[in-house]
Write a protein that binds this ligand. Structure first.
Ligand SMILES: [Zn+2]
Length: 301
């Protein structure tokens, strides 16, 4: 398949840190609740995103780690203080869209609006250029490569939306499993796919999130060790609601209940052990050569 046009895999960098990323959204904004939570009523829910993100900022400060926070424009609009604190503490602020709409459900015009609305607001609050994007639910899937052109046209320099696995609801199975450059007519975009584990000829999802909560920790650690041994920076991700066992329960079906609420109480300690075993940094600090030497202010690693 040549649907990514040309692609160039980045050479290995022995000893390079992995990437720590956070998708900053509230528990009621996830795609699995789209059918029961009306976007127009988001403001009426008991919000927990600020407190949960602050807790994570505390942990990262303790460990001296800086991360990349893919933040919803809606969260920035309603909770501007948290974006300011993320930036003030030396982290990178990137975009997770504005309304948490999946890219593969949008027209080009709608996607452009998502990018513009979130980028402008995040830059104004953080004082940093917003260079990166992560699609809600990894929704840049085969057939929607036009999204890369829009990202380039709107001033983004990298994307981290491709999960190189096959899932019923997302995934870009033919994507390389390590960072690569996507050459498009509009320019070149750095792509940072989500971490996977190579195991018995299979590629298993191991990047964090629900996989950190539901899979054996050994599998996740093995994926990061395997990438590290190959000189590859693996992409970790987490959501602030994933370590919040006290979040309000929404009325959903059994599968969503297991996926969303399963093992929330274990996430924090699992994340702590990953931070203890591996070194992590933000995208902008890991790839200054691709991102124009833009480094956010702050003292963290
Ligand atoms: Zn999301």
């Amino acid at each position: 398949m040549t649907s990514l046009l040309t692609r160039r895999i980045l050479p290995p960098t022995p000893g390079a840190p992995h990437i720590f990323s956070v998708d900053v959204e509230d528990y009621f904004q996830v795609v699995a609740f789209e059918g029961i939570v009306d976007r127009a009523r988001w403001s009426s829910y008991d919000s927990r995103v600020e407190a949960n993100t602050d807790r994570l900022l505390g942990l990262l400060a303790e460990r001296g780690v800086s991360g990349t926070f893919f933040t919803l424009g809606w969260v920035a609009e309603h909770h501007p203080g948290i974006v300011r604190r993320i930036a003030a503490q030396g982290h990178e602020v990137a975009s997770h869209g504005h309304w948490h709409r999946r890219v593969n459900t949008l027209s080009r015009e709608e996607f452009r609006e998502e990018l513009r609305a979130s980028k402008a607001r995040l830059e104004a609050l953080s004082g940093q250029p917003c260079l990166g994007f992560r699609a809600p639910s990894f929704s840049i899937t085969p057939g929607h490569e036009w999204a890369f052109d829009l990202l380039l046209e709107e001033g983004f320099r990298y994307d981290s939306s491709l999960f190189p696995i096959r899932r019923p609801d997302y995934g870009y199975p033919s994507a390389p499993a390590s960072p690569f450059l996507i050459d498009r007519p509009a320019g070149t975009l750095l792509e940072l796919p989500l971490a996977t584990l190579r195991w018995l000829g299979l590629r298993l999802p191991a990047a964090g999130g629900g996989y950190l909560r539901q899979f054996p920790t050994g599998l996740i650690r093995r994926a990061f060790r395997q990438a590290g041994d190959a000189g590859i920076s693996a992409m970790f991700y987490i959501h602030p609601w994933e370590y919040d066992a006290q979040q309000p329960r929404l009325p959903c079906g059994r599968v969503t209940r297991l996926r969303h609420y399963g093992n929330l109480g274990r996430t924090w300690s699992r994340m702590q052990s990953l931070l203890a075993e591996f070194s992590f940094t933000s995208v902008v600090r890991r790839y200054p050569e691709w991102l124009g030497q833009v480094t956010p202010a702050g003292a963290a690693q």
